[in-house]
Write a protein that binds this ligand. Sequence first.
Ligand code: SF4
Length: 206
Amino acid sequence: MIEQEFADLYYPTADDFMEYLPGLDCGNCGFSTCFDYATSLSNKTSQTICTECEEKIANLLLAISNFHVEPLPFNVMMEQAKCQVIPIGLPDRNSPLIVTCNFVETVRILTDLLIATKAKVYLLPTFTHGYSVDNAVHEKMFKALEVWKAMQENNVENLLGHNTLIIPGLAEKERNNIKQLTKWNVEVGPVSGFLLPVYLEGVKLR
Ligand code: SF4
């Protein structure tokens, strides 16, 4: 059996959460600074929301913080998910298309997170030999060709009324290759997949 090392969950840090907070340090959330609140979100100890954010964003940040995920073992076997599009939350033609790897744990965690945060999306695992995104990028296994193949095999053009796909932040350097091959707009999502639900609130689909 092949093993992959360093598969990491990339749980959001306080700095990651700060990107979505207004930075007013008003204290309404029960913390004297936004950074203290962001730290509590990252530590999963917060029960309050930011009153100065848009309500939906504030609730999503807390839901992401409260989302329970088991840690991955250090060496995990490369169990592969099928490269089949997964509709989550009854998506429609205006829903985002999120591309990920075909590491079964990544697909499971992202699916659970997106369900828990009531997202309406299509999740598309692409063939990376079962490597997680970070390992796949490192091993040059997150390939534009595989993204294109998964899109063709799943007929995504007929599912969607737009031509935008979202790739993982860790795969940013593949963006241009994917764009050239698929002829689609390629948006780069957050490095931490846990932040996808809040990232999706601001993404433009063309
Ligand atoms: S309520 Fe929002 S803006 Fe005010 S301190 Fe808390 S996180 Fe910052």
